[in-house]
Design a protein around this ligand. Structure first.
Ligand code: UD1
Length: 430
């Protein structure tokens, strides 16, 4: 089984190129089935989740042509079904976007109930409420979500919780509905805006994405387009925290600094220096880190997908910090692993009380999910001695070439799949 082996202690230094946003890509790829014309999408990250999405699309006759590692051409003219029961698709959360996209275009969809990271109960009631409000009949049977409609009609939909997935899914389903749909209490994440921009470039009429009220005027058809996905806010944030945690100096390139403001603000608070330019952010950690409090919130608040990474940094900071997770109720499972590396963290409900320690010590640990897995790798990079990280398939769901990018910044990390390779790495780096 593949694992990462890390020898900690090297500060990360240098520049790293950030890829396209995974969570925007997943919705945009699904949305590409909504036209019969060919769509060219650039800056698609080559990660497991996007590849699973493309594979699921191919299973219903969508033509996927890879132009290069990050560019795909999608033609959905010959879609020959609306049932997606692929074994892999169950494992990714964003499979639900195929329901909105297929329902919106073909008025019917049958997709396996979504999986994704185990970070707490992840209901999709708001998605289903939105589809029903547009006139669809929605049932759950035999592990499938079955949605169908004679006609979809615009409606006024108030989301009970701020949900990225439900906002995007209702946008997808309503884009070709008759009349006007108003989504209130909409999520404002950069990828919601990116999906709206993509749909508009195909001829949709969506206004207000990025605010909490989105207005969709239905159009008859959508046409082909060429579109480049925005940079990944969370990949960028992870490398920014890698600089803080390893006392390094890292510049993340090809980013939109505005999307990183809540992350930069916390890094400043804990004593890092930040330099911003048009499409890059440099993080320098030359002083000991200091404590702070943070609560995860919908955008523009501090992202829940950065919660494990900031916790790993705060557990190495002077003093006591408090991290409150307000989006997912079970997102501190990785804390047990971090404790095995020497962290002093007490979790009570959705709050972690952290007493900073001066260092981590290497250990054999397991990635419990995507973002926590990446955060534990960062802990390993700063730890004394060797750390092995198991279940790296979680990390590979959302980070392209994570180990290779870290190596380019001076990290001693290797992906190995045998005890022999592990030993070789240990002998090589001493
Ligand atoms: C997306 C991201 C995920 C990120 C999360 C929050 C993708 C593929 N995943 O997940 O990485 O952590 O946004 O930024 O883009 N909720 C309901 N009912 C619903 C939908 C959501 O109660 O129908 C709740 C959830 O349990 C959670 C909160 O709303 O407490 C926010 O979830 P949501 O924004 O929908 O997250 P996802 O779209 O699943």
């Amino acid at each position: 089984m593949e694992q990462y082996v890390i020898k900690g202690g090297n500060p990360l230094v240098g520049e790293v190129e950030i890829g396209g946003a995974k969570n925007a890509a997943l919705a945009i790829l699904a949305a590409a089935v909504m036209t019969d014309d060919t769509v060219l999408i650039e800056n698609v990250p080559d990660v497991r989740d996007t590849n699973v999405m493309l594979q699921a699309m191919e299973s219903i006759g969508v033509r996927v042509e890879r132009i290069d590692r990050h560019t795909v051409k999608i033609t959905a003219k010959n879609v020959n079904g609306h049932v997606i029961e692929d074994d892999y698709i169950k494992k990714i959360r964003a499979s639900y976007y195929l329901i909105g996209a297929l329902l919106g275009k073909y008025k019917k969809a049958e997709v396996s109930l979504p999986g994704g990271c185990n970070i707490g109960s992840r209901p999709i009631d708001q998605h289903l409420k939105g589809f029903r409000a547009l006139g669809a009949k929605v049932d759950i049977a035999h592990g499938m979500i079955i949605a169908q409609a004679d006609d979809l009609k615009g409606n006024h939909i108030y989301l009970d919780v701020v949900s990225v997935g439900a906002t995007i899914n209702v946008m997808l389903a309503s884009v070709m509905a008759q009349g006007v749909t108003i989504i209130e209490n909409a999520a404002k994440e950069p990828h919601v805006v990116d999906v709206a921009n993509f749909l508009n470039s195909m001829g949709a009429n969506i206004k207000g994405a990025g605010t909490d009220v989105i207005r969709v005027r239905g159009v008859e058809t959508l046409h082909g387009t060429e579109y480049a996905i925005i940079p990944d806010q969370i990949e960028a944030g992870t490398f920014m925290f890698a600089a803080a945690i390893t006392k390094g100096d890292v510049t993340v390139k090809n980013v939109i600094p505005k999307h990183l403001e809540s992350i930069s603000a916390k890094l400043l608070e804990i004593g890092c220096e930040i330099e911003e330019s048009d499409d890059a952010v440099r993080v320098v950690a030359s002083k000991p880190l200091s404590h702070t409090h943070v609560k995860t919130l919908p955008y523009p608040g501090f992202p829940t997908d950065m919660q494990p990474q900031i916790t790993v940094a705060l557990a190495l900071s002077n003093g006591t910090s408090i991290v409150t997770e307000s989006i997912f109720e079970n997102r501190f499972k990785y804390v047990d692993e971090l404790t095995r590396m020497g962290a002093n963290i007490k979790v009570e409900g959705n709050t972690a009380i952290i007493n900073g320690v001066s260092k981590y010590t290497g250990a054999g640990i397991t990635a419990p999910d995507l973002r926590a897995g990446a955060a534990l790798v960062l802990a390993g990079l700063s730890a004394e001695g060797f750390t092995t990280v198991d279940d790296i398939r979680y990390i590979e769901r959302g980070y392209e070439d994570f180990d290779i990018k870290l190596k380019s910044l001076g990290a001693l990390i290797e992906k190995v799949d045998s005890a022999r390779d592990l030993q070789k790495f240990k002998l090589r780096v001493g």
